[in-house]
Design a protein. Sequence first.
Length: 276
Amino acid sequence: MLTKFKRKELERLSFTEDEIDLIMKYQRKLPILANNDGIDGFCVNVEDLWEQLEIKNRFDKWIKGRIKSYKFHKNTDFITIVQKCPIGTTTGFKEVLEYQVTIDMAKQLAMIEKTDIGLLARRYFILMEKAVKRNADWWTIRNPQREHYKPLCEALSENIRRNCGRFGDDYDFAREANILNVIATGSKAQSIRNYIGVEVNELTRDRLEKEINQKIDFLQRQDIICLGMNMPIVERIKFLISAFDITYPDAQPIKSYLNRADLEGARRQLIDDLSS
């Protein structure tokens, strides 16, 4: 479960620089969502929000007043949890009432204050809600893609065994991944890593946008079938290019300064290299 987003994760989720700056700044100051997997439910500790909104009234008086004035409903907009907190250095405890509220209630509470920090808080919650949902959507693509990579390697290894009398190794698997990278993006993995700034201990595809991972996953599934049919490598690549272009006719290179002609040129170079 994510409790904070890193800048590189927000970039991958297609937020603007302004939105990223706001999230990065205020997720350190405003409440961390208690449960951000699906963003539903009671996910904001409202006392943290009260503190960051710089409310002058005492917390318990403020929250009770807001609940009464704006008709927030228990178990719909908020829940209360009794927490036992230690008293000083003694062994005693006191009971403290903690309020957990929905993100919609948190946005309303922030907006009610009509201050700059209140407006920023509301915008922050809206952006965090989008970030959590986009991230969940991203993983619905990334997880199957991860799962399909192992069968792809197995299919490739079996294909090599049938044709060369040996099993596939890491070099073979990396070459196959690069074939799919070039077909989908116009670039090999290392070039992609350099372009988007992937760190040494990161997987390249963990930094790619959802649409690119989706395209690569499509190619992985098609490639498994082609390998099982024992297609010669150049014929297989030409088939994958055709299938990809039918499915994604408007695909462009991953590098923003390249165009469709560059993508097609990279593919031709790939075929030429493997034909020689």
